[in-house]
Write a protein that binds this ligand. Structure first.
Ligand code: XMP
Length: 506
């Protein structure tokens, strides 16, 4: 495997994704919490950082643990750190070095730069520049404004680059990473979804033996893939619980439950609609809604889990970004919305936790799901928040509002599917706005609520842009909602990006 040492760059996760796209397994570790033993490690990558190496409180590591012991690729801050700590000099840049640049010198014999041509476009993002390199360093790449765009420490497998190979604007970035992984570290590119499935099933069998495991299914991709993996490993010792909180999409509970049964899962469905709705009554604040839903979920789940005799484990569909977030250099980022509302485990359950997907990124979970034979019905679904429609109804939630929103949302989603747009959109949903506006239907004046349509493009939900849905499709959806959904006389479309807006309205 490859270890990526994170100095806090916004691009660190991207490096990991690129390495894995090359079918090499890698892990991110924060610079201040690197594992004691580095067994099976074939190479080390140093990430960039928002810090300057000249800052007093800049992140520090013990270079002697890595340099000359493993192949090293140091990126941006990593490159400057290496240069500065080997006798070179780093100074503030006189010209801005952000954005595209082209290589005007490439040392073609360099192992790192195999198949990378002169003029190749690279992406720079740094405020400092390496001005002096020590004697045993050789410069292997330059651009017009950056002399030391890449260097190699002679007689070693240590390389460094000032630009970011992980961003797609560095056109040969992937080639460079492949050169490092394969030619310099000697990695074999055999980390695939099929291999993951095989080794994970064996590891789960070993870990769980004949123990019983409970898992809460949500209908989403992560919990579904986790369930199938566990099911393949331990069969009916996996007890799945699927709770209807009354806040799912129209007809979704029945359809998803059916699908899970069809997959052979040992699953129990629990209708807890009334319990959730009664606990939500009158609550307007988004965070309080999330808390109420989280609390009721735990109660319902706990009751159901207690019915499974001698259960020892709780399985969760936690994925790698959640893990990285919780161990990251910056610490769990400031809470904007308390997302992890349905995962928490009450202490008195005293179950051990098993998280078979906690090394995977979202797109990898999908690939694993595909390798497990999960159908598009589950794999291709848009993300849907744990608190469901409760956070798509602004203000207090009532059964009537949920019913209206379910109807409008179903019309919206079905039209996206019919128009062949569903798979192009990352996430879509309707929002119920509790404002009334005047309309006219036939000869009658109406005074009813508004439905807002939201559709976004995104990679990971962290940033998003609104989708430019075709006007004829929007027109048809609006018309159908206003004509068919009683209580709605106006439909609007949300044209806000994230940031500064968020995807959900609450
Ligand atoms: P925001 O609204 O923060 O949403 O831009 C980003 C992604 O997270 C989902 N989301 C949630 N998921 N519980 C969840 O499980 C929540 O409370 C929650 N809030 C937002 C949202 O649907 C989007 O995919």
């Amino acid at each position: 495997k490859i270890i990526i040492i994170d100095f806090g760059s916004q691009f660190t996760q991207l490096i990991a994704r690129r390495v894995r796209e090359l079918n090499v397994y890698c892990e991110i570790h924060p610079f201040n919490n690197i594992p004691e033993t580095l067994s099976d490690v074939k190479g080390i990558i140093f990430s960039g950082s928002p810090y300057s190496v000249r800052q007093e409180d800049a992140p520090q590591i013990d270079l002697t643990r890595f340099h000359q012991k493993f192949p090293v690729l140091a990126v941006c801050y990593g490159a400057q750190y290496l240069a500065q700590h080997s006798g070179g000099q780093v100074q503030p840049s006189s010209t801005r070095e952000y954005g595209r640049a082209n290589l005007n010198f490439v040392q073609s014999a360099s192992k790192l730069l195999k198949n990378i041509d002169l003029n190749s476009q690279v992406w720079m993002s740094h405020g400092d520049t390496i001005t002096v390199v020590p004697e045993n360093f050789e410069i292997i790449a330059s651009t017009d404004s950056v002399n030391v765009a890449g260097f190699h420490v002679k007689n070693s497998d240590t390389y460094a680059i000032q630009f970011h190979p992980e961003v797609t604007h560095s056109t040969d970035g992937k080639q460079l990473l492949e050169n490092f992984l394969v030619d310099i570290c000697g990695c074999s590119q055999n980390w695939t979804a099929d291999a993951f499935v095989e080794t994970t099933i064996a590891a789960l069998q070993e870990k769980l033996g004949d123990d019983k495991v409970v898992l809460g299914l949500s209908g989403g991709v992560d919990s579904s893939v986790a369930a199938i993996l566990l099911h393949k490993a331990i069969g009916t010792n996996l007890h799945c619980i699927f709770v209807d909180n009354g806040l799912l999409r129209k007809d979704e509970y029945a359809a998803v439950l059916e699908q899970y049964k069809h997959l052979g899962l040992n699953i129990k469905g629990i209708d807890a609609k009334d319990r959730f709705l009664s606990q939500l009554a009158g609550i307007k604040d988004p965070e309080l809604k999330r808390k109420a839903i989280g609390r009721v979920f735990i109660e319902v789940f706990d009751d159901a889990a207690h019915e499974v005799q001698d259960v020892k484990w709780l399985a969760q569909g936690t994925i790698y970004p959640d893990v990285i977030e919780s161990i990251s250099v910056k610490g769990p980022s400031a809470t904007i919305k308390s997302h992890h509302n349905v995962g928490g485990l009450p202490d008195f359950m005293k179950l051990k936790v098993v998280e078979p997907l906690n090394t995977l990124f979202k797109d990898e979970v999908r690939r694993v799901g595909k390798s497990l034979g999960l159908e598009a019905f589950i794999l291709g679904r848009h993300p849907f928040p744990g608190p469901g429609l409760a956070i798509r109804i602004l203000g207090d939630v009532t059964e009537e509002k949920v019913a209206i929103l379910q109807e409008a949302d179903a019309i919206y989603i079905n039209n996206l599917k019919e128009a062949g747009l569903y798979d192009q959109v990352w996430q879509a949903g309707a929002i119920f706005l509790p404002v009334q506006s005047v309309g006219v239907m036939g000869d009658e004046r109406t005074y009813e609520n508004v439905i807002c349509l939201r559709a976004v493009e995104s990679v990971d939900g962290m940033t998003a842009d609104w989708c430019h849905l075709p006007y004829p499709v929007l027109a048809k959806i609006s018309n159908e909602i206003i004509n068919k959904v009683k209580g709605i006389n106006r439909v609007v479309y949300d044209i806000s990006s994230k940031p500064p807006a968020t995807i959900e309205w609450e």
